[in-house]
Design a protein around this ligand. Structure first.
Ligand SMILES: [Zn+2]
Length: 378
């Protein structure tokens, strides 16, 4: 997620690699970062296998292959290393308990499995910037990955943006950096950070929606982050809301939320409607007050997003919806009409408040540091 850069930024970066709809057949899976992926039988088998293993193991029980074992929260004098890997760049920081950055760096994300060597090298570089005394205090690292991530077995299952499949991370970073290393899904960590330490911290039931080139997020209910065994999280962008007459989504379905409400979809819709090419949803939002076409396009996007979210709201009754990612830069022009539109659709359940995330473009990196420090998404 963009994590990092922000969840939003990364997601936008990732989106630039998105192939057209014709590149993906129905039945394909979807990278949570928003790009289409076709799951091989092996990937599906693997994912199913992880679930099966989990099913036979009590929650919290370490398995032999669980090499990223989480730990207790770290002492205040400990430092942590956080990496947020996006589709085009990866960012890293070493921070203290107050969030002060002692070392930071950015590097390009090379395609394929080479990305993991680049992650290792970025960590090396940051650690080398510390004094010997500081280096001795770096107690844990967290590496956030896009795509589908089996955090239990420490496997990067699939990323269509970076182009890896079933990469067993194992202890390669643990040995290289000589510290415990947590592997997680970027959106899961960014959403958890916004819930526990950002805009959602005063609430137990929160839906975080990361709006960028794609749309995904997290859901916390009754003080617990909802996780599945599939290595994915909150695929809100692929809830079909225009099934009868919608656009074909790269995932193979028709009328997904993303086909109307993602940043790319808003820009495309405005270009189609006006004949004026734009590749930026921010440009469309900037025209809201003066351009009826911009208003119509944004209203349509908000309507689709509200339709998708209303299903989640009826299911889980979140108290709060937190908007992150690049599109959240639209601010009140997004939150206020979205809240109003959601409220219009609800009869039985209360309308949640709609607010902006507090970590903005830093949700991934800030989340990585918090995750490394606390040792679990709890
Ligand atoms: Zn879709």
């Amino acid at each position: 997620m963009g994590t990092a850069q922000s969840a939003g930024t990364t997601r936008q970066d990732a989106g630039s690699h998105r192939p057209g709809p014709q590149a993906v057949a129905p039945g394909a899976g979807v990278d949570p970062v928003g790009a289409p992926v076709r799951l091989s039988p092996e990937a599906l088998d693997h994912t199913a296998g992880a679930g099966a293993a989990q099913a036979g193991t009590p929650p919290g029980t370490a398995r032999p292959d669980d090499v990223t074992a989480a730990g207790a929260a770290l002492p205040d004098d400990a430092l942590v290393l956080g990496l947020d890997v996006g589709g085009t760049t990866m960012k890293g920081e070493i921070t203290d308990a107050a969030g002060v950055v002692l070392a930071s760096g950015v590097t390009a994300t090379p395609p394929g499995e080479a990305a993991f060597e680049a992650m290792g090298a970025l960590g090396d570089q940051l650690l080398a910037e510390l004094t010997e005394e500081q280096r001795g205090r770096v107690a844990r690292a967290a590496v956030l990955l896009p795509g589908i991530v089996d955090h239990i077995r420490s496997i990067a299952v699939f990323s269509s943006n970076v182009g890896w499949r079933d990469v067993h991370i194992g202890d390669r970073f643990i040995e290289r950096w000589n510290m415990p290393v947590l592997i997680e899904h970027d959106v899961a960590v960014a959403g958890w950070a916004e819930w526990r330490y950002g805009a959602g911290r005063d609430y137990d039931s929160v839906c975080v929606v990361i709006l960028g080139t794609g749309i995904s997020g997290t859901l916390s209910v009754g003080g617990r982050l909802v996780r599945s065994e599939y290595g994915q999280t909150g695929e809100y962008g692929h809830i079909p809301v225009r099934h009868a007459d919608g656009l074909r989504c790269p995932c193979g379905n028709i009328g997904c939320v993303e086909t109307v409400a993602s940043g790319a979809a808003i820009a495309r819709a405005y270009s189609r409607r006006t004949g004026t090419e734009t590749d930026s949803a921010a440009d469309v939002f900037a025209l809201l007050d003066t351009d009826p076409d911009a208003k119509a396009v944004v209203d349509d996007a908000i309507s689709a997003l509200a339709d998708g979210l209303s299903g989640i709201i009826h299911a889980a009754c979140p108290q709060l919806i937190v908007l992150g990612g690049g599109l959240a830069g639209a601010g009140a022009a997004l939150t206020e009409p979205l809240h109003r539109t959601i409220a219009e659709r609800l009869r039985l359940v209360p309308a949640p408040r709609v607010v902006l995330g507090e970590f903005g473009a830093r949700a991934g990196l800030a989340g990585a540091a918090l995750f490394a420090r606390h040792g679990a998404l709890a």
